[in-house]
Write a new protein. Structure first.
Length: 373
């Protein structure tokens, strides 16, 4: 039987982990045709098994596959949908100091979610659940998928398949609901939406670069909210759906800056998730005041420990910041995690595996001191 408590946990993680060199080599060999799919899967299975052992040894109540079967945190999910395929991006995404590889996802037919490969990926992790752990499935949020597919319309039009963006959005919602239904049938009770769409709207320089007016930003907030809530609507009561709101995480670089205030009313007040995993690891994240907009009994996981740098944070500083955040959200509805995953893409962030596990150990030990578990 899986752990009886629901996510999020007082000591939590976002879910991706640094890829071992053996995995990177195997994926490169598969791409080059030197090994077949079965040989790659055997390496993935063994390394994911090792990773689960490490997660349990670290005292975590959540286990993931580390996203070891993916190259990207978001595109691999999109490519797994029927009617979506891989393509060369018209423009690389410009992070601070670096640009990403030229990959993207495009519409190549009517979209649906039947037979998504993530179902089998989840089943592999599910088998390791025990009385202390819950298996989590991460995926890009519906708003992220909509943002990518509609954003590519000029370079890769889809008018042969969809009359307009509303019709496309309807199929995105239906596809997500199908994937989630299949995950639920496979025993999944914890889904995490990863989402970079909201934070673009928090950064005026990004909005200006993309040509978004203030009116555009408000419209995009509502569109984000509508597609996410349509997927969440009427899901089973014992299915926990959370979201990680990210400012970009590629090879220890970042995409956007700015506090949550511009989107707090919609994101925190109206998005119907059970909890938010939020980045608060540096000055780019702003202060805690927007958390006053968190509605109902939703929980907030404070990403106070960075996954981008190897240096360990000061323990007392982290505890003080948790207390500061409790001015806006009661302490019993707060949790602690790293600010993001350690490898949102297979390149991974600029730290070692030992440093990664030291970060998680710090999360765990601080949580024990603050919440007694």
């Amino acid at each position: 039987m899986a752990y009886s408590h629901s996510a999020p946990f007082h000591a939590d993680v976002v879910g991706s982990y640094l890829r071992p060199d053996e995995l990177k080599t195997a994926r490169a060999d598969f791409a080059a045709g030197r090994i077949d799919e079965a040989m790659l899967k055997a390496v993935e299975d063994r390394l994911i098994t090792d990773l689960v052992v490490r997660q349990k040894a670290a005292g975590l109540h959540v286990i993931t596959d580390g996203e070891f079967r993916r190259g990207w945190w978001h595109f691999d999910f999109m490519w797994g949908l029927n009617g979506v395929d891989h393509a060369a991006a018209a423009h690389r995404v410009a992070f601070h100091d670096e640009v990403t590889p030229a990959d993207t996802a495009t519409v190549t037919g009517k979209i649906d979610g039947h037979g998504h490969p993530f179902i089998e990926h989840f089943k592999f992790v599910k088998r390791f659940e025990d009385g202390d752990t819950v298996a989590r499935q991460t995926m890009p949020s519906p708003a992220q998928t909509r943002f990518v597919l509609t954003g590519n319309a000029s370079a890769y039009p889809y008018d042969a398949y969809y009359r307009d963006d509303d019709e496309l959005t309807g199929d995105i919602v239906a596809a997500y609901r199908q994937v989630i239904a299949d995950l639920y049938a496979a025993g999944c009770r914890n889904v995490q939406f990863d989402d970079c769409t909201w934070t673009r709207l928090c950064d005026r320089s990004v909005r200006e670069r993309l040509g978004w007016s203030d009116e555009d930003a408000l419209r995009l907030q509502q569109e984000n909210l509508d597609v996410i809530n349509a997927v969440i609507a009427d899901q089973p009561e014992d299915l926990v759906i959370t979201t990680h709101v990210c400012r970009g995480n590629f090879h220890s670089t970042w995409l956007s800056s700015g506090g949550y205030a511009p989107v707090a009313s919609k994101l925190f007040g109206e998005e119907n998730v059970d909890a938010y995993y939020l980045e608060f690891d540096d000055d780019r994240s702003g202060d805690f005041e927007p958390l006053a907009k968190v509605s109902g009994d939703k929980k907030v996981v404070l990403g106070l420990i960075t996954s981008k740098k190897p240096e360990l944070e000061d323990r007392q500083t982290i505890k003080d910041r948790i207390q500061e955040a409790s001015r806006y959200v009661p302490l019993d509805r707060l949790c602690l995690s790293t600010q993001c995953g350690f490898a949102s893409t297979e390149e991974g962030n600029k730290l070692t595996e030992d440093q990664q596990w030291a970060k998680i150990a710090l999360v765990r030990s601080v949580a024990e001191e603050v919440w007694g578990e």
